[in-house]
Ligand binder design. Structure first.
Ligand code: MSP
Length: 517
């Protein structure tokens, strides 16, 4: 291992409310981070906030606050949100931090000095809501602009542009020769289709400070601030650079203090939603290449959630508030549902009925019931003392362990959960088939009862380890009820036979209280 496994999420706009979509992405990242750690990798998991731009500036003014004070208040609630989801992020980046701003400016200076930018007058349409210039291609067939752009105004101004055309062919070659660069495959095809069928327009990388001052000043022209996307994308490398990461070009690390640990850059994984694919798979690789930095290994693109078949929107009240759900159902139920319901890549539809159905069938009646009856019977029939080792469920467990680990290595979270649940179903069937409650009534069946009880308790232990990245709190409770110390966070412990005969388990208690009326 010569570097840390470095993964990132998109950085959320600070002025939005944390919702289901944000939570989903962060939970995906957290499960992958935890899985990589449990597999023995050193991991660095970065998430954070995108704090510059016109919307933040306007919102702060409306509230009679300064943009920085406004961001500070909101950042605290986003960080509380991350804790609520039990994210194990190693850092939380805010684009208003000086460590980030210094790197953005160093990158801009270098790119400017090397002739990647030019200044030009623009006259055309501009959407303040999206902070973007519009072209004829953005018009609807009737000539109007889509409502998502909000009010569209005519604008005339000078700005700096990043020359992109020269980068088009190498980027196509890179994506073609690195099949895993954008995943899943249909997203990769989308990017390739876009790159092959369009000539890349140069990217505007500035906004006049007279119109927008809540941004990072261009180091070579103080009349301008940096376009938010140039600023935001750079967060992925600014944090390694601020630790003098050896993988980052030296000119970006100047003035920073060395951090500890193995190198971070290039990132192993950027996890993002489908709406920001172009920024990550076209602009970001080009920016990095121009900066002289290596490209990330993979961009993993997830789909979007709707609620009850409709776009989530604050104005219509059609939102899922992850904080409320976590308070009512527990963080693990939330983490489980979003990953079990939606495979990474597709779009999903949240329904409260669907959530409750999975809670009841898969968590309470599936996992919860298995653990509770297995440990309760061990307690009742054997005073909680683990009997001699027996290997009847071992082949089933070993098959699922191998399958799950393979799936998790490929970031296939939903298929991994399906595989794990096949073991839960198998073990629940085993209880029904072997009927330990009947065996317990017949002293001649004592040895058989021992076998059954060992197999069940050991399967619960294996499940705790497999499920730890997904359900950290629940699996710690399974460990506790098994009388095991520590956390089920090491993959090496998953080998069958870890429960030692003679070991005394703890006290069984329901993992997922039933909520049926
Ligand atoms: N600030 C930019 C990202 C900059 S990354 C260098 C941004 N922020 S965002 O708050 O609008 O979105 C953050 C992430 O949440 C994005 O990956 C986005 O796709 C995701 N989601 C926002 N709404 C979503 C759903 N309804 N469903 C799933 N994910 C969604 O874009």
């Amino acid at each position: 291992m010569n570097k840390r496994f470095y993964l990132t999420t998109a950085i959320d706009y600070v002025n939005g409310q944390p919702h289901l979509g944000h939570a989903y992405e962060k939970v995906i990242a957290d499960v992958i981070a935890r899985f990589q750690r449990s597999a023995g990798s050193e991991v660095y998991f970065l998430t954070g906030l995108d704090e510059h731009g016109q919307k933040v500036q306007q919102a702060a003014v409306t509230e009679g606050s300064t943009p920085q004070a406004y961001c500070d208040v909101l950042a605290a609630s986003w960080q509380a949100f991350a804790r609520k989801l039990e994210l194990t992020n190693d850092e939380f980046v805010r684009t208003t931090q000086s460590r980030h701003k210094a790197v953005v400016q160093a990158a801009l200076s270098r790119l400017h000095a090397e002739g990647h930018f030019y200044k030009e007058k623009y006259e055309g349409f501009y959407s303040a809501k999206e902070e973007t210039f519009l072209t004829e291609k953005d018009r609807l067939p009737d000539g109007s602009f889509p409502a998502s752009f909000g009010e569209v105004i005519r604008l005339q101004e000078q700005n700096y542009y990043f020359r992109l055309k020269d980068h088009q062919q190498w980027l196509i070659d890179h994506i073609e020769s690195n099949p895993g660069f954008v995943a899943p495959e249909h997203r990769r095809n989308e990017v390739l289709g876009f790159l092959k069928n369009n000539v890349l327009e140069d990217l505007c990388i500035s906004r006049p400070a007279s119109r927008l001052n809540w941004g990072i000043p261009l180091p070579f022209d103080p009349d301008y601030v940096t376009y938010v996307w140039f600023d935001a994308l750079t967060n992925y490398i600014s944090i390694p650079a601020s630790q003098q990461d050896p993988g980052v070009p030296a000119y970006l690390t100047e003035g920073s203090q060395p951090g500890a640990g193995l190198p971070l850059w290039p990132a192993d994984l950027h996890i993002i939603g489908k709406d920001i694919l172009k920024f990550h798979s076209v602009y970001w690789p080009i920016m990095l290449k121009a900066m002289g930095a290596a490209l990330p290994k993979q961009i993993l693109v997830h789909g979007w959630w709707q609620k009850d078949g409709q776009k989530m929107s604050k104005t219509t009240g059609n939102v899922v508030d992850p904080m409320v759900l976590v308070d009512e159902w527990g963080v693990d139920a939330f983490r489980f549902y979003v990953l079990r319901e939606l495979d990474i890549g597709g779009d999903g539809n949240w329904t409260d009925a669907g959530f409750k159905a999975r809670y009841s069938a898969e968590l309470a009646n599936g996992l919860g019931n298995l653990v509770n009856r297995s440990l309760s019977m061990l307690k009742r029939y054997r005073q909680g003392i683990v009997p001699a080792q027996s290997d009847e469920l071992r082949p089933d467990a070993e098959k699922v362990v191998a399958e799950t680990l393979e799936l998790l290595k490929g970031n296939r979270l939903q298929p991994a959960l399906l595989s794990i649940w096949s073991l839960i179903t198998r073990a629940n069937q085993y209880v029904d088939q072997t009927a330990p409650f009947k065996l317990a009534k017949d002293p001649a069946q004592a040895a058989r009862l021992d076998e059954v009880l060992y197999n069940l308790a050991e399967t619960c232990r294996v499940l705790a380890i497999l499920l730890w990245p997904f359900l950290p709190g629940t699996t710690c409770r399974i460990y506790e009820q098994l009388g095991l110390s520590g956390t089920p966070d090491s993959r090496t412990a998953v080998a069958w036979g870890g429960l030692i005969p003679g070991h005394a388990i703890g006290t069984p208690a329901p993992l997922f209280p039933r909520k049926d009326p």
